[in-house]
Ligand binder design. Structure first.
Ligand code: FAD
Length: 414
């Protein structure tokens, strides 16, 4: 990385947004020899505090292969929990869907990783990479893109010159707005209440998704501090108008509401730490490329967490973009030109649109209590459960093993 004038840094790629997608991209690219500057408005220590983000993410098997390849996974240590089975039930119906890792001969269907552990591991990996430089807290004052390159000025006066800027700055992306990329969005009028619980009976690494009229209630397996399997992460989807009241309840009243949904199959539950809320919306950018600019992760597509796929889609963006840029460099091409970036756009557009449509459709189909719809979907769940080949297709999709996979997602080096 060359320091030009005292406060100007010249680099190959500027990544704006050091969240899980942006940092994974920085690891992939810096590991392959690109000079990277990554900026975030928040410093790393505030992003890894236990109170910053209460979520845990279901990481698909293919995403795990990529995180392994880019050198991040080993820094998780023991901080991940395999998902062996997934059980999907529709309210009180006796018809259900059961995915089992043994049906497809895999060791696990995916892995639960708490976001704070993901961030800590990816930051540790970044610190090992000489070619990656993380600047935070840092924010853009302005940015100019043109045929010759990108010039960014930070609020503190520092300047960064690069061949390409990547917007990994989440749902309210400044980079997307600066480029006037049109955004389509709608609210589900639902909020995800997120919390962790310890329970008396072990979860045996099974993830449960119960479809309730207000939305899905997910019980996702975590490991407790001693590695025991009696801790779970909860995503309780509720109608927006009820959430304020629920969050303001006394512990006793909250526990009573919670138990109605959680049931008793895992025994009594004890709440761990605070409760968080996340408003649930769908949004997608009209395009994820512009002159010398690319969007990855939530800045390009934000989806309902019903299938636990938002971050996985962001990591698929990362794998595809890294491959396109590395191949372009091998051919001696300018990495910021439109025909290089268009390859990325074409590769990712269909997959992202399909997942947005699937998560949107699932939420609409299941988040209601209309009797004829409930009957049809329950028969559908039971039919998929019995149909071996179809069930396998769904499982492979959830594991991220379908479609035209970039090399990193197959566990191959770039
Ligand atoms: C309740 C819930 C459960 C979920 N569960 C799952 C799951 O199980 N599996 C899964 O795959 N996905 C899941 N998701 C989705 C997943 O959390 C997101 O897709 C993922 O966090 C997006 O990561 P990102 O890095 O793209 O964006 P963000 O996490 O939003 O990161 C953006 C980064 O950019 C920084 N930033 C923003 N603006 C600027 C700026 N102007 N300048 C500098 N920096 C900036 C921010 O500080 C942040 O660090 C879930 C989502 C919710 C709401």
């Amino acid at each position: 990385m060359a320091e030009k004038a005292e406060n100007t840094v010249k680099t190959d790629i500027l990544i704006v947004g050091g969240g899980m997608a942006g940092c994974s991209l920085a690891c992939a690219l810096a590991g392959a020899g690109f000079e990277i500057v990554i900026i975030d408005r928040l410093d790393q220590s505030s992003q890894t505090e236990d109170t910053f983000d209460g979520r845990a993410s279901a990481i698909a098997e293919a995403s795990k292969k990529m995180l392994d390849q880019i050198g991040m996974w080993r820094h998780l240590g023991q901080n991940y929990t395999p998902i062996l089975d997934i059980r999907v039930a529709d309210g009180d119906s006796r018809l259900f869907l059961h995915y089992n890792h043994e049906d497809i001969g895999e060791k696990a269907l995916g892995f639960m990783v708490e976001n704070r552990h993901f961030r800590r591991a990816v930051f540790t990996r970044l610190r090992e990479l000489e070619k990656a430089r993380y600047l935070a807290p840092a924010q853009l004052e302005d940015i100019a893109r043109g045929p010759e390159g990108v010039k960014a000025r930070l609020i503190d006066g520092r300047q960064i010159e690069a061949a390409l800027v990547v917007g990994a700055d989440g749902r309210s992306s400044q980079i997307r707005e600066e480029a006037n990329i049109k955004l389509t969005q709608w609210s589900y009028h639902q909020t995800g209440i997120v919390l962790s619980v310890d329970h008396e009976i072990p979860h045996h690494n099974v993830a449960h998704e119960h479809f309730l009229p207000a939305g899905p209630f997910a019980i996702l397996p975590l490991s407790g501090p001693n590695g025991d399997n009696t801790r779970s992460s909860i995503v309780w989807t509720e109608k927006d108008e009820l959430v304020e009241g629920i969050m303001a309840m006394s512990d006793q009243d909250f526990a009573a509401e919670f138990e109605q949904r959680f049931g008793d199959f895992l025994g009594a539950a004890t709440f761990i730490g605070p409760r968080w809320t996340y408003p649930l919306t769908l949004q997608y950018a009209e395009t994820s490329v512009a002159e010398r600019l690319v969007l990855v992760g939530d800045s390009s597509h934000g989806m309902h967490p019903i299938a636990g796929q938002g971050l996985n889609m962001g990591l698929r963006d990362v794998a595809a973009l890294a491959e396109v840029l590395i191949d372009a460099r091998r051919l001696g091409l300018d990495i910021g030109t439109s025909h290089v970036l268009d390859d990325y756009e074409q590769w990712r557009r269909f997959d992202n649109t399909l997942m947005l449509a699937m998560t949107d459709g699932l939420n609409r189909l299941f988040s209601n209590d209309i009797a004829p719809i409930k009957l049809v979907r329950d028969i559908g769940l039971a039919a998929v459960n019995k149909a071996g080949p179809l069930k396998k297709v769904f499982m492979q999709h959830a594991m991220g093993a379908t479609g035209n996979l970039p090399r990193l997602l197959k566990g191959e080096a770039l």
